[in-house]
Design a protein around this ligand. Structure first.
Ligand code: CA
Length: 239
């Protein structure tokens, strides 16, 4: 059965982004845009995870979190905090949040955090089932990516990648031989309201490409001039 996630977020664009991407990943989501209604929903139904905004109409995120924990509800909670608001993080963790994501965030980071929190809070029985099913791995040629561990092996050798490089690679590998635009990479990895330029994407791809090519030539990132990038698993002839 799909894991169920409650999203309490009053900003429609962000709520849609969360709901869409979580559903794409196979989670069942319910979105509520109001604080006290969100608390009610969280208490009425046993969700696997709650994604909780802080500034909400009705009750704010801290009030919801503290009421949940007071009532003995242990559902894991990821709070969404504003940029440069360290006190929100500190307060959230004090009230019993399991993790936090700072806005703006990319989809890759969101999914990684969700999966990590869900994994940490799995029951022993669920954990055994999961281990029996084998850990998630994505492959392309002799490239092995372990998304839950942020680990990449190429030809059996571990490749040290920075988080954004990892996320770019993960996105490309999941779309083999498809041209991915810079805009897509920007939105997915850096977040839909990231203000940096496309140059950021190019810099990360170029560094990622160097790291891949240091090991072997079996996986390459092709540049499609003026459009974006494509991952190819056969060697590319340089013209
Ligand atoms: Ca809000």
């Amino acid at each position: 059965m799909a894991q169920q996630i409650l999203v309490i977020e009053d900003e429609p664009t962000l709520a849609r982004l969360l709901s869409y991407n979580l559903s794409q990943e196979g989670y069942e989501t319910k979105v509520i845009d109001h604080g006290s209604e969100g608390l009610q929903a969280a208490l009425q139904h046993a969700y696997d995870l709650i994604i909780l905004d802080i500034m909400l109409p009705g009750l704010n995120g801290f009030e919801i979190l503290s009421k949940l924990r007071q009532k003995g509800n242990k559902t894991p909670v990821i709070i969404l905090t504003a940029r440069n608001a360290e006190e929100e993080v500190v307060q959230g963790l004090k009230y019993g949040a399991d993790d936090y994501i700072t806005k703006p965030f990319g989809v890759a980071e969101l999914l990684a955090r969700v999966s990590a929190v869900l994994r940490r809070t799995l029951s022993d029985e669920q954990l055994q089932d999961k281990q029996a099913a084998g850990e998630k791995v994505i492959t392309a040629g002799d490239l092995f990516i372990y998304p839950e561990k942020y680990e990449v092996l190429l030809g059996g050798e571990s490749i040290p990648l920075r988080p954004k490089e990892f996320e770019v690679l993960l996105y490309l590998v999941q779309r083999p031989s498809v041209v991915v635009t810079r805009d897509d990479l920007m939105n997915i990895v850096w977040g839909f309201d990231y203000i940096g330029g496309q140059r950021t994407v190019d810099v990360h791809v170029s560094s990622l490409r160097k790291k891949l090519e240091m090991n072997q030539q079996s996986v390459q990132i092709e540049s499609i001039r003026g459009v974006g990038y494509k991952l190819v698993t056969a060697p590319v002839k340089k013209s």
